[in-house]
Design a binder for this molecule. Structure first.
Ligand SMILES: *[C@@H]1O[C@H](CO)[C@@H](O)[C@H](O)[C@H]1NC(C)=O
Ligand SMILES: *[C@@H]1O[C@H](CO)[C@@H](O)[C@H](O)[C@H]1NC(C)=O
Ligand SMILES: *[C@@H]1O[C@H](CO)[C@@H](O)[C@H](O)[C@H]1NC(C)=O
Length: 236
């Protein structure tokens, strides 16, 4: 049995060995980064890739850099001229919630959100979106301007995109049909609308992983408001 002093000696030796094996960089005082105290806005890991719809051809690809991934929650609006008519789309209104960091960390959790949040009430303005991954802060708003231009006002980032559709494919067959059971709206790509529109900081967006938003059949002259949720991927 080793004596008490033998144990002490071996512990001391172990400490010396640990110190000796530690790298000099670890022992040097740490440089204070100039960005200290600023929140980390963008992860440094490789950007996630926008989901594929499975259509052939699928939406056009992009070489631009991913800026934001957002969950949109709102309504798609339609008008019906009468029973048996085809409804016509009159625009959409939605709040965008910032899930960029989560998209880098766990895209599967983000992809699970639209079918989940589409069944929940639209949060009050200024409120966070409650998700299975916790509360998500607002990034901005999506709406159609007076000239029916799809607009993405990323107000909390000071960026804006006036869109023009550049790609349109059907949602996958298994997409969530929404609370009304009417089906998932198409997956889209939109680019920046030319002058006089001036987008800023974002120049392309995809709408993917849609849940709900398709209109029911027209049964009379009326305005239809259909709940939907989707992912919006912004690039620049
Ligand atoms: C509705 O749209 C379909 C497909 O575009 C077309 O074939 C049909 O004639 C339209 N129906 C009416 C009532 O306009
Ligand atoms: C769509 O419906 C919402 C109500 O859910 C309304 O606030 C909005 O003004 C409508 N937008 C359009 C473009 O019709
Ligand atoms: C974008 O949203 C912010 C905050 O609501 C608002 O102050 C700003 O006027 C909006 N910008 C445009 C171009 O609508």
């Amino acid at each position: 049995m080793p004596s008490f002093s033998t144990i002490l000696k071996s512990l001391a030796l172990a400490t010396v060995l640990n110190l000796a094996s530690a790298s000099p960089i670890e022992l040097a005082p740490r440089a204070v980064p100039t960005t200290a105290c600023k929140p980390v806005i963008k992860p440094t890991a490789a950007a996630p890739t926008v989901p594929a719809s499975g259509n052939d051809p699928d939406l056009p690809t992009t070489d631009l850099a991913l800026q934001y991934v957002a969950i949109g929650r709102g309504t798609q609006n339609y008008t019906c001229a009468g029973a048996g008519a085809n409804s016509s789309a009159t625009g959409a209104i939605a709040t965008l919630y910032d899930v960029t960091s989560l998209a880098y960390a766990n895209i599967n959790m983000v992809n699970a959100m639209p079918p989940n949040v589409v069944t929940m009430p639209v949060p009050a303005p200024g409120s966070t979106l409650m998700t299975t991954a916790g509360p998500v802060p607002a990034l901005g708003n999506h709406y159609f301007d007076a000239a029916s231009t799809p607009t993405f006002n990323l107000s909390s980032a000071g960026k804006i995109l006036y869109g023009k559709k550049s790609g349109d494919v059907l949602a996958p067959a298994g997409a969530n049909a929404g609370p009304a059971g009417t089906g998932a709206v198409d997956w889209l790509q939109l680019v920046a609308k030319p002058a006089p529109y001036v987008s800023n900081g974002v120049s392309l967006v995809y709408r993917v992983e849609t849940a709900g938003g398709m209109p029911p059949a027209c049964t009379k002259a009326e305005t239809l408001i259909v709940q939907y949720a989707a992912e919006y991927w912004f690039y620049n």
